[in-house]
Design a binder for this molecule. Structure first.
Ligand SMILES: NC(=O)c1ccc[n+]([C@@H]2O[C@H](COP(=O)([O-])OP(=O)(O)OC[C@H]3O[C@@H](n4cnc5c(N)ncnc54)[C@H](OP(=O)(O)O)[C@@H]3O)[C@@H](O)[C@H]2O)c1
Length: 260
């Protein structure tokens, strides 16, 4: 895992929190934020993975905090935020990256409670965290909130049998743009990041699903993208975000596929 700072010291001394930072795109974003000078708190459920990301940041000379927690559990999030406050100070850069792609399958066969759980992780937990951290950002007149979405939000019918995921990312983008407009001209920016198709555990998990359950078209598309080398690396996706994040732009949908 190597990468050079993309925007040297662009975030020198700033405090960042990356949810889902234990692997994949979130880990790459955490490393890029650290390269840009931020002290980075990394939160996800898998303790070994958040510790690994923190270790990688430390090995590159950065400061990191490993925070094992579930974004949907208020008490665990509160403990994590207290630790960030005590060790680093208030969060100034929030990257809401944690998400789930399940449940996949014919919608009428899925457990509605599982559908609602996915919305809780992908949308409600994002809003809760942002609402908790916004007051300090507004008080200080500076903040960056990025919500990691997906191209599916632009084409909700483009990924059949992924109803919860499509619903969640469309709702996430509406939440983001609405909030950005509400806090315009405060110094706090709120943007969407669509990371592109990225070679991560989430993609691998989709390829491992039974084609009968998720649909042969979907299964073939994800397998083909992988086999043809069409996926970005997490590092490529993260550098695309970091090239945009230092600006004052707000209320935007940044897509890794677009030129920066
Ligand atoms: N990979 C792609 O091609 C792609 C394309 C479009 C959009 N995205 C978006 O990019 C983001 C990252 O995806 P990825 O591909 O890197 O996925 P990933 O490899 O599955 O990583 C997801 C991260 O989220 C964490 N997470 C999931 N549920 C959580 C919970 N309840 N509480 C705390 N952390 C939780 C996971 O850790 P634990 O399981 O340990 O909690 C993990 O660190 C997601 O928002 C995804 O929707 C990905």
């Amino acid at each position: 895992m190597t990468s050079k700072p993309t925007s040297s010291a662009a975030f020198g001394g700033r405090v960042a929190l990356v949810t889902g930072g234990g692997r994949g795109i979130g880990q790459a974003i955490a490393l890029e934020l650290a390269s840009a000078g931020a002290r980075v708190a990394v939160l996800a459920r898998s303790a070994d993975e958040v510790k690994q990301t923190a270790k990688l940041v430390s090995e590159r000379g950065g400061d990191a905090l490993a925070l094992p927690a579930d974004v949907t559990l208020a008490d665990q999030v509160a403990v994590a935020l207290n630790e960030i406050n005590e060790r680093f100070g208030p969060v100034e850069i929030l990257v809401n990256n944690a998400a789930v792609v399940w449940p996949l399958g014919p919608s009428i066969t899925l457990d509605p409670d599982q559908w609602a759980s996915a919305i809780d992780v992908n949308v409600a937990a994002v809003a809760r965290l942002s609402f908790t951290l916004l007051p300090a950002m507004l008080e200080h007149g500076w903040g960056r909130i990025v919500n990691v979405s997906s191209g599916i939000a632009a084409h909700p019918a483009g990924m059949l049998r992924a109803n919860a995921y499509a619903t969640s990312k469309a709702a996430l983008e509406a939440h983001t743009l609405n909030l950005a407009a509400e806090v315009a001209d405060t110094g706090v920016t709120v943007n969407v990041f669509r990371p592109g198709g990225v070679d991560t555990a989430m993609q691998a998990w989709i390829r491992q699903q039974d084609p009968e359950q998720i649909g042969t078209d979907l299964h073939e598309r994800f397998t083909r993208n992988y086999e043809e080398g069409a996926l970005l690396t997490p590092h490529q996706s993260a550098t695309s975000l970091l090239s945009r994040l230092p600006t004052a732009a707000t209320g935007q949908i940044w897509d890794a596929a677009d030129p920066t």
